[in-house]
Design a protein around this ligand. Structure first.
Ligand code: IVH
Length: 665
């Protein structure tokens, strides 16, 4: 190849990168494309071809490389040179006035300009640029260091890979997901049998924390930037700063305003409380910042938050809607839960059309009838809840609801056992229960059979391929491929996951069997004590109660499970298929921690972090720096950080130092 040819290619590649970035900006940031999609694709293809032909022209920050990084095994930690602080909250006009008084007192000013921005409900990120090129990006983490999510951020098309000026700056903003995209994502996940996200914020956080950037690339993540970390700019106000970031081609929320004095700020908060419904994304309040950057500097920060800013938080939303119907759902244990079917409404950003009502007593206590107008709120943002009935709206046509006397799935009589709130179907062969049992058996904390979600479980049952968990191990690829919507690849993957599950330790199998009252902890205790399923099977209630922390209720439930006529044939199938029935008795502590991932938050009193990590690893466990779906335990020390919230959201087990030590022992 001649030098001339290479130079020509180099020039064209540079030109194409420029063009592609410009069109990318017009499309993803301005939302004003000037060329058709296929023209864009053509330019991208041309660049890709040049880079393929001349590997020496490849650069890591080419538009062709937005999605390219290899899956990671864990995230590195990146330190924030300027801490990423949180904001103090205001919940009323009075709180805002107090904030203003404090700022005036500290600055000696009579009146101040505040800059008001929408508070995006997403995940804070930091993006570093070196000589104008995007070099590193991270999450907020505990404020002092976060996770290195550079490859994931690069997949967000709104993030400029290059700036028109060779600046060294750190830009900060919020990654979020639009409401409609969120609903679409959840619908797809439901169809795929995956766990749905509780809200757009969790979806954004979960998506950014993927170890495989190609997964992040498929999520509809968006970004608004709102500030800087380390930088070398000399600007006067927050308002100028955002205009400048806009000029640098960053996405900046156009809804922002200078407000003089607390009254104007309050009016702005009220305005957006009304107008927030018109936005395609969720906001949870208004961020109010002292506009002048010099004043911000002089006000400084407390350990947790800047003194120059505050977040006015909107109250949780409540809305009125109608109960169209009350239906019942049969759970894994036969418990029958009433669910209110609601006239769909938009509540804090997502469409709500169902509300669980837990049990019949609750319906009676609140006197909820079909046709009633009710006030609904999202409890902890996840499960919508009926707060009360608006009785004034009744017209006499409302219908009282009766819990079904017969199970809606199998038709057997339902009973309410004394001392229980739930009405139950006691038929062990009830289809609804069996499907739920399959789903539980396959769930992550039980046998962890990836790909076997509610939709597929129902299908397998309906087609008569699987009647109990034992049948799973006799499925064939051709049987699976005959099912509607199951392709060869997913059939192969599922069979692999089923095969892999055979070697799980006994504790997982026990938990997966869904014996009443036997949760994860009891399963572990029983598995460790008895060692094999056979031994547990033969044990009497008294012998089971010898196990520390196992009482009569659990012991009886275990005995009655093994005595039930249906149990033995299932065990037989599992045994013949080669499913492991024993608990590994490794070196001390290993059985408890093998394969478990621990995250620590806050200082422990008896160990340093690295000592704790060493102990975990010695016992066969792993330590990670951040909470994710793969975390098994979050260990809380003194002054834990934000990991707790995250762990709660993900339903991860949170333990204290004492419990941690007990696990190690
Ligand atoms: S400024 C030091 N502006 O709210 C001030 N934050 O609790 C840094 N947020 O972690 C924050 N929209 O993730 C700022 N327009 C906005 C924001 C915003 C959302 C988030 C941010 C931060 C949290 C504060």
């Amino acid at each position: 190849m001649s030098e001339k040819e290479l130079n020509k290619a180099r020039e064209r590649a540079a030109e194409l990168r420029c063009l592609l970035e410009e069109h990318n900006y017009r499309y993803h940031v301005l939302d004003e494309p000037v060329i058709a999609d296929d023209e864009f694709d053509r330019l991208m293809k041309e660049l890709q071809e040049i880079e393929n032909k001349y590997p020496e022209l490849q650069v890591p920050d080419s538009p062709t490389r937005r999605v390219g990084g290899k899956p990671l095994s864990s995230f590195d930690t990146l330190e924030h040179k300027v801490p990423m602080l949180g904001l103090d909250n205001a919940f009323s006009e009075e709180d805002l006035c107090n904030f203003d008084s404090r700022v005036r007192r500290l600055t000696g000013k009579e009146e101040l300009d505040y800059f008001c921005e929408l508070k995006m409900d997403g995940l804070a990120v930091s993006m570093q640029y070196e000589d104008g090129t995007f070099s590193r990006g991270s999450t907020r983490g505990d404020g002092y260091s976060g996770e290195d999510i550079t490859a994931n951020l690069r997949t967000i098309r709104q993030i400029p890979l290059h700036m028109s000026e060779p600046l060294n700056i750190e830009v900060r903003g919020e990654v979020y997901i639009n409401r409609l995209d969120f609903e679409k994502l959840n619908r797809q996940r439901e169809e795929d049998g995956l766990m749905i996200f509780a809200n757009p914020r969790n979806a954004a956080a979960g998506s950014l924390r993927q170890l495989d950037p190609s997964l992040t690339a498929n999520r509809p993540l968006k970004l608004f930037v709102y500030g800087l970390g380390e930088h070398e700019l000399s600007l006067k106000t927050q308002s100028e700063l955002l205009d400048y970031l806009e000029k640098l081609h960053f996405p900046v929320n156009p809804n922002r305003q200078i407000c003089r004095g607390p009254d104007a700020v309050w009016q702005y908060c009220l305005l957006w409380w009304e107008k927030r419904k018109e936005l395609p994304y969720e906001i949870d309040g208004i961020v109010v910042k002292v506009n002048e950057l010099e004043l911000q500097q002089s006000l400084g920060n407390t350990a947790r938050s800047p003194r120059w800013a505050i977040a006015y938080k909107y109250p949780p939303e409540e809305k009125a809607t109608t109960v169209i119907d009350i239906q019942v759902k049969v759970g894994r244990t036969g418990a029958i839960t009433p669910v209110a079917i609601l006239e769909p409404i938009n509540l804090s950003g997502t469409t709500v059309q169902r509300a669980s009502m837990h049990n019949e007593d609750l319906i009676v206590a609140k006197d909820i009838r079909i046709g009633d107008t009710v006030m609904v709120r999202k409890a902890g943002e996840i499960i919508p809840e009926i707060i009360k009935v608006i009785k004034e709206k009744r017209n006499g046509k409302e219908k009282q609801f009766q819990m079904p006397v017969y199970c809606p799935s199998c038709g057997s009589e339902t009973v309410r056992l004394s001392g229980e709130a739930a009405r139950r179907c006691l038929n062990p062969s009830c289809p609804a229960q069996l499907v739920e049992k399959l789903v539980h058996f396959a769930s992550r904390r039980a046998m962890d059979i990836d790909g076997l979600g509610p939709a597929l479980a129902e299908l397998l049952f309906k087609e008569g391929l699987v009647k109990n968990v034992g049948d799973l191990y006799y499925l064939t690829s051709s049987q699976l491929q005959e099912l509607p919507g199951v392709a060869e690849k997913s059939a192969v993957n599922l069979l692999e996951a089923i095969e892999k599950s055979k070697s799980n330790p006994l504790r997982r199998l026990l938990f997966g069997l869904g014996i009443r009252f036997v949760g994860e902890k009891a399963s572990r205790l029983l598995a460790e004590h008895f060692g094999t399923l056979e031994k547990l099977n033969k044990a009497s209630a008294e012998e089971i109660m010898v196990v520390d922390e196992i009482g009569l209720k659990i012991a009886q439930a275990v005995v009655s499970f093994f005595k039930t006529r249906e149990t033995e044939p299932v065990m037989e199938k599992l045994r013949n298929a080669g499913v492991n029935f024993s608990e590994p008795q490794g070196k001390e502590g290993e059985s408890a921690l093998a394969g478990k991932t621990f995250v620590f938050s806050g200082a422990l009193s008896e160990f340093t972090r690295s000592e704790a990590a060493e102990l975990v690893e010695k016992a066969g466990g792993k330590v990670s720096s951040s909470v994710s779906g793969k975390t098994d335990y979050l260990v809380l020390g003194d002054e834990p950080g934000s990991k707790v919230e995250k762990a709660r959201e993900l339903g991860i087990k949170i333990i204290d130092e004492k419990e941690f030590k007990a696990l190690l022992a």
